[in-house]
Design a binder for this molecule. Structure first.
Ligand code: C2E
Ligand code: CA
Ligand code: CA
Length: 414
């Protein structure tokens, strides 16, 4: 990784005065696209032009630091108030508004910048940098050139940092656990599987996935997923009475070689029959990364691990891709299951999805089943397996074992 390089230092101790200091993190986003569309000479020239224009913004007392070729940090000193910090944002926008002319081409300089400010000396440099980075991320997701780190953004960011900072500790303390929710076969309503759903047993109360998963940084998500893979496979190994377990994987990491290796290794080391494990990936993510995922997961499937397409009906699965999907199970999303007993349209759609799944040899699961009448409807339209609060919420392993003990012998849904 390249080390930051001080490009321009326009400050001298004498000229600096106590006042507002703003940190701007800027990046040129178009390098990859320019390279693939126009070639590396054009991309190199555009990157140099981006750096030149950024340098033109360095005023008295300011510093420009290069993080890497297409990413910089601009320290803006001698600002008097927040309006001046905002004005600096407008200057950045104006500086990159015009495309760069290269030979007879007009190349847009797609720059994304975040600005955070604080009072000089009081402001902790790292916090300001992280705030500016967060604002830059916000600029990227909203397709704006500049985003100022306002109070709401900063408060949100602080909450995210705190959350992410606590993940490692929570993993060590075994506060992050899989709870298991039973899946029953539609005919006899007997246990045929269970889905692992993560819970954070936080000292302040139980956190559901929606409260922390969307806020995790990629490295924490990976650490958590590895932890859950181990828990799931070790639970299978230590509890032969457990039915096959499903594990949810985020589509963005489900083809990571190190994760796939971990799954294989854990299955081998703990002598767990791979057919006792199923991987669930939401339809939207599966469709978005279909080719890469299928390639990555083919080896797991080859070993006998089964694959499930979660939230079916919501993620825009391209029907033309169905024949090559290599998926063993589809889970009809709760949106179609909710009120299925009252809405003929939902019933019809659930039936169509069940037929589609069956045609391609998949098991069809309906999730979010809350009433007996919904369960009956779903069975009638052809769903093989039912899952929902009607049977049980997700439970910690020991409670799940008590739930299982109260059930009739495991059935066979085939
Ligand atoms: P999902 O995979 O679609 O899981 C089903 C969600 O519906 C779960 O919410 C479950 O508790 C809830 N549910 C089950 N039956 C019923 C019901 O009858 N009625 C209602 N209203 N809800 C029901 P949960 O546990 O809060 O999980 C939410 C989402 O978080 C999951 O949706 C999944 O996308 C994600 N998630 C959960 N655990 C993991 C995990 O270990 N890894 C990853 N990557 N994602 C996970
Ligand atoms: Ca799921
Ligand atoms: Ca689902």
């Amino acid at each position: 990784m390249s080390r930051p390089v001080l490009v321009v230092d326009n400050g001298s101790a004498g000229r600096r005065q106590r006042g507002l200091v703003a940190v701007c993190v800027a990046s040129f986003e178009g390098v990859g696209r320019t390279t693939s569309q126009l070639g590396s000479a054009a991309a190199g020239a555009a990157t140099a032009e981006y750096a030149r224009r950024l340098t033109s913004l360095v005023g008295a007392g300011d510093q420009l630091i290069q993080i890497h070729e297409a990413k910089h940090c601009l320290l803006l000193r001698c600002l008097c108030d927040e309006q001046e910090a905002a004005a600096a944002g407008s200057r950045i926008e104006a500086t990159f508004a015009e495309p760069f002319r290269f030979r007879d081409l007009a190349i847009p300089l797609e720059v994304r910048a975040g600005i955070a400010w604080g009072v000089d000396q009081d402001a902790d440099a790292e916090s300001l940098f992280r705030a500016a980075e967060t604002a830059r991320e916000a600029a990227r997701s909203s397709d704006r050139t500049v985003q100022l780190a306002d109070q709401a953004l900063l408060a949100d960011m602080r909450r995210r940092w705190e959350l992410n900072d606590r993940v490692d500790d929570a993993l060590c303390r075994h506060q992050l656990k899989l709870y298991y929710q039973p899946k029953v076969c539609a005919g006899e309503r007997r246990l045929v599987g269970a889905e692992g759903l993560v819970r954070w047993e936080h000292p302040d109360g139980l956190l559901t996935p929606a409260q922390f998963l969307p806020h995790l940084q990629a490295d924490k998500m990976m650490a958590l997923t590895r932890h859950l893979v181990r828990q799931c496979i070790r639970d299978l190994a230590g509890n032969p009475w457990l039915p096959p377990l499903s594990l949810n994987l985020d589509a963005d990491i489900a083809d990571e070689a190190s994760l796939l290796e971990l799954i294989m290794d854990e299955l081998t080391v703990w002598h767990v029959d791979p057919s006792r494990l199923m991987i669930e990936i939401p339809e939207a993510g599966l469709v978005r990364r279909l080719d890469r995922l299928l390639e990555g997961l083919a080896a797991l499937r080859g070993r006998g691990v089964r694959l499930s397409m979660d939230d079916f009906g919501t993620g825009g699965a391209a029907l033309a891709r169905f024949p090559g999907l290599l998926v063993d199970e589809v889970k009809i999303d709760r949106a179609f299951v909710l009120g299925v007993e009252h809405h003929a349209a939902h019933r019809y759609l659930a039936g169509v999805m069940a037929d589609l799944g069956h045609y391609f040899g998949m098991t069809v699961v309906a999730e979010g089943v809350e009433t007996e009448s919904a369960a009956d409807c779903l069975q009638e339209v052809g769903c093989d397996t039912l899952q929902g609060f009607l049977y049980s919420p997700p439970l910690p392993l020991d409670e799940f074992s008590r739930w299982v003990a109260r059930q009739p012998e495991p059935g066979d849904c085939a």
